[in-house]
Write a protein that binds this ligand. Structure first.
Ligand code: PNS
Length: 159
């Protein structure tokens, strides 16, 4: 049984994340999408909301599970019998930090990291950029799933 984890903040999930999750689901027996609970970082959506959106948009994949974690990713991996992390690489700018984390996770607990190049259609996407564009009234349709699009406009209208 090959079980991998796709970790992240997912505030909110984008089409770029979904592309990586779907491709990982085609390669491995089980994919756990793990949402980081980070009390110190201000987020637009609560962890519950992020988990709910992820559940909705990954419902079509029978082998994708959504979970949450705090603390070290390697501890989450140990608890859940996960030996590898899957990460999307958008551009060279992602590489340095991702490589540092990958090497540290390997050093800490022999957890491997596998990098998948993102679909070029979404390589310029990030959750932060989505929030910024949406906050100023820009059109982010097609860049996030429809359920996220409507929740984004609701949330930002209430701000
Ligand atoms: O979507 P993000 O915010 O870029 O995801 C970053 C994440 C959650 C993958 C990373 O911050 C992480 O793994 N955090 C858990 C804490 C941890 O294990 N830190 C040491 C990493 S070497």
């Amino acid at each position: 049984m090959h079980r991998v984890v796709c970790p992240g903040s997912f505030d909110p999930v984008t089409m770029g994340h979904l592309d990586i999750i779907g491709r990982a689901a085609g390669l491995y027996d089980e994919v756990i999408v793990a949402v980081l609970i980070n009390m110190t970082k201000k987020s637009l959506f609560t962890v519950d909301e992020r988990v709910e959106m992820l559940r909705e948009v990954t419902a079509r994949y029978g082998n994708v599970k959504i979970d949450r974690f705090h603390g070290l990713l390697v501890d989450f991996c140990a608890t859940n019998g996960v030996t590898a992390v899957i990460k999307g690489l958008r551009a060279v700018s992602d590489f340095e930090y991702e490589m540092q984390m990958a090497q540290m996770n390997y050093r800490l607990a022999r957890v491997e990291t596998l990098f998948m190049t993102t679909n070029p259609l979404y390589s310029f996407l990030s959750s932060s950029l989505i929030k910024e564009i949406a906050r100023y009234g820009g059109d982010v349709s097609g860049l996030v799933p429809d359920t996220v699009l409507s929740r984004l406009s609701e949330r930002l209208a209430a701000e």
